[in-house]
Design a protein around this ligand. Structure first.
Ligand code: ASP
Length: 355
């Protein structure tokens, strides 16, 4: 009798331990990592050479370099592409957006991490910020040093990126970028150094927060429209309209603007000097383009500051749009998405003020 009760007690103890372990593993958030390539997946012949090739290492190999990441979340990895982000395309960006929307609709994922090259990270981050229909954390991570380098920065960025994606406090802050301990908003971040590890900055509006070995600290919510509040959708979209960026400088050839219109651009973004300015001949070409129905946005080649309406040129008279907070590359993304349907000038101007 005594022996039997001992047996029942041991079986019960084992059952409780196993059930407890199962419950613990179930309480870990589910994070999906969508890998696209970049230097974080790059490899070189030695740890100290500057030459390397992006997009060589798979998501499984990247995760093997950071086993501690498994303590933060239950992770599932998917390889979306494996390219240097100089070869990122709207096609891959659409694939990413649609996959995130699928994951959000299935409601089994708590956060998404996207591994990505740093060169065009701001375009992808901002594009996703406009078109993903979720408030779960969507976090881009990359690295400046390839996976084979001495002091590779990818593993800690990946660890911190997963920590933010798994964190309920990161919800509702839009698409984020986590690199070198800083958490940026897709709306503000920009790459400022070709080589430095601290390459991303968020001028004017500042950081969303910081993270240190997975401990996150948040400072603000973005005040622009994004995610669930965004009016844009990529459902059924396979291609974006042509929008060109033209760089302004001293004596710039204004016929580049006419050529862009002739080539079928639906929108043009000018990387203007100063407050979105350009020489008189270029302004005239922009006005000609506008009269033909092409939407022309004045942005700036200057790293920080806004481009306001009617400051040094008469946007009302010339039929132009001011980019406000967006640099040329993000202006191009917003205009491409906005022009998925025909829009009036003042409607596009409002979009640039809201997003
Ligand atoms: N060219 C690389 C890329 O964008 C640079 C990087 O990832 O840092 O993929």
């Amino acid at each position: 009798m005594k022996k039997n009760s001992m047996n029942i007690r041991s079986v019960l103890t084992i059952f409780l331990v196993v059930a407890g372990m199962a419950a613990m593993s179930q309480t870990k958030p589910n994070v999906v990592i969508l890998a696209t390539g970049g230097t974080i997946a790059g490899a070189a012949g030695s740890g100290v050479q500057s030459g390397y090739t992006s997009g060589q290492v798979t998501i499984d190999a990247m995760l093997n370099a950071v086993p501690d990441v498994m303590k933060l979340a239950t992770i599932k990895g998917e390889q979306i592409s494996n390219v240097g982000s100089q070869d990122m395309s709207f096609e891959i960006m659409l694939k990413l957006a649609k996959r995130i929307n699928e994951l959000a609709a299935a409601k089994a994922t708590n956060g998404v991490v996207i591994t990505h090259g740093t060169d065009t990270m701001e375009e992808t981050a901002y594009f996703l910020n406009l078109v993903v229909k979720t408030d779960m954390p969507v976090v881009l991570v990359g690295s400046m040093r390839p996976s084979t380098a001495i002091s590779a920065d990818g593993p800690l960025n990946l660890y911190n990126g997963v920590a933010v994606a798994a964190d309920p406090n990161a919800k509702g802050r839009g698409v984020l970028l986590v690199m070198n301990d800083w958490i940026h908003s897709a709306q503000t971040l920009t790459k400022v150094s070709t080589t430095a590890v601290q390459t991303f900055m968020s001028p004017i509006r500042g950081l969303i927060g910081t993270t240190a070995y997975g401990v996150n600290d948040y400072y603000r919510y973005p005040d622009q429209k994004f995610g669930l509040k965004s009016e844009f959708s990529v459902e059924g979209v396979t291609k974006l309209p042509r929008v060109d960026i033209i760089y302004a400088d001293v004596d710039m050839p204004a016929d580049l603007i006419d050529a862009s219109v002739e080539r079928g651009a639906k929108g043009i973004v000018i990387a203007g000097v100063g407050n979105g300015n350009m020489p008189k001949a270029a302004l005239d070409a922009c006005s000609r383009a506008s009269k033909k129905g092409v939407i022309v946005v004045r942005s700036t080649r200057v790293a920080t500051g806004t481009v306001g309406r009617n400051v040094e040129c008469n946007d009302d008279e010339l039929g132009l749009v001011a980019s406000y907070n967006l640099n040329p590359q993000k202006s191009r993304v917003l205009l491409s998405v906005a022009l998925l349907k025909p829009r009036k000038l003042d409607e596009v101007q409002k979009i640039f003020m809201d997003y």
